[in-house]
Write a protein that binds this ligand. Sequence first.
Ligand SMILES: Nc1ncnc2c1ncn2[C@@H]1O[C@H](COP(=O)(O)OP(=O)(O)OP(=O)(O)O)[C@@H](O)[C@H]1O
Ligand SMILES: [Mg+2]
Length: 453
Amino acid sequence: MDKKGFPMKILIVDDDPDQRELLKGFLDRQGYETLTAGDGETALHLLKREMVQLVLLDHRMPGLTGDAVLAKIRETNPTQRVIMITAFGDVDMAVNAMKMGACEFLEKPVDLSLLLKRIQQAEQAVAVEEDVALVSEAVDESPLPLKIVAESRAMKDVLSLIRRMAGSEWPVLISGETGTGKQLAAHLIYLLSPRCDRPFLVVNCAAIPENLFESELFGHLKGSFTGALNNRKGRFELSDGGTLMLDEIGEMPLSLQPKLLRAVQDGKISRVGSENEIDVDVRLISVTNRDLKAMAEKGQFRDDLFYRIRVLEIEIPPLRQRREDIPALLDFFLGRYATSKVRFSPDAVDQLIKYPFPGNVRELEHMVQRAVTLSRGNVITQQDLPDEIRHFQTVTRGGTLVEKLEAVEREMILSALEKSDWVQTRAADRLGISERVLRYKMKKSGIQKRQFI
Ligand SMILES: Nc1ncnc2c1ncn2[C@@H]1O[C@H](COP(=O)(O)OP(=O)(O)OP(=O)(O)O)[C@@H](O)[C@H]1O
Ligand SMILES: [Mg+2]
């Protein structure tokens, strides 16, 4: 990995002097600059004085524990990178520390080559933060195994996250509105992962009748229920060694969630009608367009399962928050669906960029398919667009000067709010007005707290 001319500074915190020396010796030889601390207090003290890019933190220490040190670090520096080093097999601790915001875990005894890989990943992430443009250029150089349009900063960040997550074994949760490209992202993770030559299976949890769910996922024995005529493997067994994507995981019946938890946590399943446990080695990618966290809080989804499946998390932003992708997506789908040299007229593209696409990329894709089929010439004009797009925000065109100005103002405010994720202070900054004035204007234009235009 490119060290960009400066060695990363790493703080090793461990009460065991042998372990400290081992890690220090190894990292020094790799060309990193290292500091060591024998207890949490010393570590926190050092962190106040030194600019450290990464902390390797032992979990079990007398005095301040790893958890306590991590909590203190988070108070003063929420973005400090920390790799927690935990006792072998202590998954509960790992999940707990993940909730507290540790970046990664390694189990003892530390596998040095894995440690180096994690450090290199952290190094890359640090570099991304320090020089986003330069790094994304370097990362973007290796070609992707499938075509995915990413012109916007937001999608470039998603891609960079995918590239970094693909190599690890932790479960991933991908969330986002309908049609944003979640399945595409899951597929890309699989293709970039070391498991790319093993099976990739997709189960849509919304499509399986509840009474067949358990058998579908975990298999069954002959005669275990009416209609079970033969022994049958479930999706977990079939994807052994590979990757399993559970689409719409929010629809997973609560009654089955403990069994899924056991599979994710311990890699053990049992077929319906059987007492025998079977070991499976499956990387899980869960996908949802629902707010699983809110569901977990309301008891509609198991809390413990939620934390296990979203150790790594990717949120794909809706298309209206990354409108720079729209022109590139239009070209991409024209290339896919148009036989001749069909293109969109500039005013059609303008109108499409304004439209909020509630169905996201899929809606755009269908729109292109339809426009290509219906278009008479080689140019698709605004008139050829579907009504809901053509008539969207026509208010900006007709009317008096005052009406037009109000419409423009309203549009600018909505756009600033969207770009700022509806954080009003940031939107006000963008518009160059105070937050108070923004609130006044929002009220005047009838803009509610969060509304989808
Ligand atoms: N960035 C992109 N570049 C190219 N094609 C994309 C991109 N994002 C999505 N698509 C395409 O848009 C369509 C919808 O994507 P996908 O099925 O992955 O969405 P989804 O989020 O899983 O939707 P749903 O929630 O409805 O299941 C697919 O044909 C996919 O290939
Ligand atoms: Mg999907």
